[in-house]
Design a protein. Structure first.
Length: 233
């Protein structure tokens, strides 16, 4: 059976301020790509060498996978630790001279608090030297702000299909990111296990195991450096 998903384009808005965001975008409760925002010095400064130098040699815990599609349910990855500067350079490589599993392995960093079970992710605390370069759009009052998660991944990495409870602003600083999103109304078709979906390959799903997935309609976009994606909870 050929799989042809229903795709809904994500609308784009340029030079959005707080008033326009709240009036035209937030209340609609649908994804939106925000372009041409002032995101700070990160847009010109954040090269591989700069990030690794500013972040320094602190140890970070990372996901390492031999496959580009990481699966949280089946755990097809391992956790390892590296100095941050070493990790950044490895994540920028296509082939590795030093590796844990294979020369083609992929890396993923999701910043965590000092105590991952209690502390929320906050880039200003975990990476203050880099946080000062980024200007997060002030669309919400400060007491609504929950966390700021700093992420770096290898090129071509695909994260497991999952959902987030809270509203998100996904800021793409460098590189590009293809994003596929589903409405909460389509949850019955996504084969959820907790907050993760069993459907890992959303482009070529196993329709014998997941026949209802054909009914899920996707929002899809590709973020360029400097784009901000609003993801309603």
């Amino acid at each position: 059976m050929e799989f042809r998903p229903t795709k809904i384009p994500v609308p784009e808005y340029s030079e959005v301020d707080k008033q326009r965001f709240l009036q035209e975008i937030y209340g609609v409760r649908k994804p939106a790509v925000l372009k041409n925002l002032d995101l700070g010095a990160c847009m010109t400064r954040w090269t591989v060498d700069y990030i690794s130098r500013k972040g320094g040699g602190r140890e970070v815990k990372i996901h390492v996978s031999e496959l580009p599609q990481m699966d949280f349910i089946q755990k097809n990855f391992i956790y390892r630790s590296l100095p941050f500067d070493v990790f950044v350079h490895r994540a920028a490589e296509n082939k590795h001279k030093e590796f844990f599993i294979s020369e083609d392995e992929k890396y993923y960093l999701r910043s965590l608090g000092e105590d991952p079970r209690k502390d929320i992710a906050d880039i200003s605390k975990q990476f203050p030297e880099l946080a000062e370069d980024i200007q997060i759009p002030e669309f919400f009052v400060k007491d609504q702000f929950f966390s700021s998660v700093f992420r770096i991944s290898s090129s071509g990495l695909q994260l497991w299909t999952h959902y987030d409870v809270m509203d998100n602003l996904l800021i793409q600083v460098t590189g590009t990111k293809r994003v596929v999103l589903y409405s909460p109304r389509d949850a019955p078709y996504l084969y959820l296990s907790g907050d993760k979906s069993e459907v890992l390959d959303v482009d070529n799903p196993d329709l014998v195991r997941y026949p209802l997935f054909t009914q899920a309609r996707r929002y899809e976009c590709t973020l360029q450096a400097g784009d901000v994606l609003f993801i309603p909870g």
